[in-house]
Design a binder for this molecule. Structure first.
Ligand SMILES: Nc1nc2c(ncn2[C@@H]2O[C@H](COP(=O)(O)OP(=O)(O)OP(=O)(O)O)[C@@H](O)[C@H]2O)c(=O)[nH]1
Ligand SMILES: [Mg+2]
Length: 479
């Protein structure tokens, strides 16, 4: 009896150790054994594998839990603000080559142009809901250099920054930029201007400066130095070589698939055939690729939904969202259960749909960022209509409503002018809820629908009213 018990303990501990040391090997082994057991009609917890079933269920439950967390959005932190440095690719240099043949060892110029540097685009996708996956830096690849036989370099591949729908993109200038990354073309121009302005400088200095400027835009075959008249010709060409400076970036991505160019790749340098003229018969120079645009962007995600749920913590916003839509938000009897906006879709029987956003609870002083109010308020801004979720079981629900209105107005004047509805929740709480409802009705003209989100009572009345309002807003916006 005692020996048997001891053997059983040994078997269990051996299984546990191997599960920790060789999880993959064990998992496949166990899975195949589980398959055998199910094909032979045995239940999962069959006594035959009793010592191992504990390990299987542990692994399974871990996997299941992590999948569950992922679906709830808990696996990845929600990010709604990010700063990003973006650099487009540099253009490739043009080539300095000549056709050669047995008859003509110094044939005509044949250098190909350099390829364009890769552009950087920003694309909106409804598949993602957070800026979490956006990196801090993006750099598109450079264009390829030109080759002999007039072969042009390949263009750099374009890079895409994928962001959620509702992201606002704005360019900003960080302090360090002034010194380190001023566009060298602009710098060159400035030098050029100064050269003419400063009469005190000697001709020799001007010559050196011009040569420096020219060498930013052109490359020469080793040992070749352009003569005076050619230097002048190259200086005159410089304005045409400069990359066009992009416009200030400031836009809003409001629909799925919307795509904007934010940083343009540098132009490729021209090959030496472009410098052929009646004076220059064998051009020993070519254009250099231009640098791509570098800029800093601020990305700010502001949820866009047809209706936004606004309420104090614990009012029952998430319970209402779960009752009316396909969403499964976390619901708990303590404040700030919801910390990130959560968008669900309400499907009506006639296949008409609308989106609804559960916004984290706001408290008094939210407009001063009390209770990280600013982070939450930014998600109220862009919903088409507002649904105030008020707790009828509270001490003075009408005051809660006043606080919410005040906070919204203080954050952004005019925000409360959006079409609104009050969903008076927890109407199942007996006399106190009934009395509070009567007082609330006297205090405001905003339509009120008493509901019990928990018991799913009067929900359809609320959603039908929301639909009417959204249909009206959509119709007005398309007019
Ligand atoms: N009696 C009653 N309780 C409700 C009702 N609706 C929600 N509750 C309860 O109220 C508590 C808070 O509900 P939530 O839906 O998490 O509230 P919330 O507004 O999302 O809260 P935060 O996310 O913290 O802002 C939970 O314990 C719910 O079960 C209702 O209609 N009647
Ligand atoms: Mg909630």
């Amino acid at each position: 009896m005692r020996t048997g018990a001891f053997r059983q303990i040994c078997t269990c501990s051996r299984t546990t150790v191997s599960a920790q040391l060789r999880p993959l090997w064990l998992l496949s082994n166990l899975n195949s054994r589980r398959l055998q057991s199910s094909s032979s009609g045995e239940s999962e917890g069959s006594p035959r594998f009793s010592s191992e079933s504990g390990s299987i269920s542990t692994v399974d439950s871990v996997v299941r839990r992590s999948v569950h967390r992922k679906f709830l959005g808990k696996g990845q932190p929600f990010v709604d603000f990010k700063r990003v440095k973006v650099t487009a690719g540099k253009g490739g240099d043009g080539a300095i080559t000549f056709f050669k043949s047995s008859r003509n060892p110094f044939g005509p110029p044949s250098g190909g142009n350099g390829g364009r540097g890769g552009n950087v685009f920003i694309v909106a996708s409804k598949e993602i809901t957070s800026l979490n996956g956006v990196q801090n830096r993006y750099a598109a690849p450079d264009g390829g250099p030109g080759q002999g036989k007039q072969m042009h370099g390949a263009d750099g591949k374009d890079t895409e920054i994928v962001v959620p729908v509702g992201t606002q993109v704005r360019q900003f200038e960080p302090h360090e930029r002034k010194d380190s990354t001023t566009d060298d073309a602009e710098e060159g121009n400035e030098n050029d201007m100064n050269a003419f302005e400063d009469e005190a400088r000697s001709e020799e200095d001007i010559k050196i400066e011009n040569m420096e400027l020219i060498s930013k835009f052109y490359k020469f075959r080793s040992g070749y130095t352009p003569q005076e008249d050619r230097m002048q010709m190259l200086l005159e060409r410089i304005p045409y070589e400069q990359s066009t400076t992009g416009q200030f970036v400031d836009f809003d991505l409001t629909s799925d698939g919307e795509r904007h160019l934010v940083a343009q790749g540098g132009k490729g340098g021209q090959g030496n055939p472009h410098f052929l003229s009646s004076e220059i018969r064998g051009p020993a120079l070519a254009g250099k690729g231009r640098p791509g645009t570098t800029l800093w962007l601020e990305l700010e995600l502001k949820t866009i939904a047809d209706a936004g749920l606004v309420g104090l913590p614990n009012a029952g916003k998430s319970t209402f969202l779960a009752a009316v839509s396909n969403a499964h938000p976390r619901i708990a009897p303590y404040p700030f259960t919801t910390l990130n906006p959560y968008v669900g879709t309400i499907d009506f029987p006639d296949f008409w749909t609308m989106t609804i956003a559960d916004i984290p609870g706001l408290i008094e002083g939210a407009h001063r960022n009390v209770g990280i109010g600013h982070r939450f308020l930014r998600h109220v801004e862009r919903n088409r209509m507002l649904v105030y979720v008020i707790d009828l079981a509270g001490k003075a629900p009408w005051r809660d409503f006043e606080v919410l209105m005040r906070e919204l107005e203080a954050y952004k004047p005019g925000l409360t002018n959006k079409p609104s509805l009050i969903v008076a929740n927890k109407a199942d709480m007996g006399k106190i809820a009934k009395d509070n409802l009567e007082i609330l009705k006297c205090k405001t003209n905003v339509p009120i629908v008493p509901i019990s989100a928990m018991e799913r009572k009067n929900i359809t009345k609320a959603t039908d009213l929301m639909r009417q309002m959204v249909e009206k807003i959509r119709a007005e916006s398309t007019d």
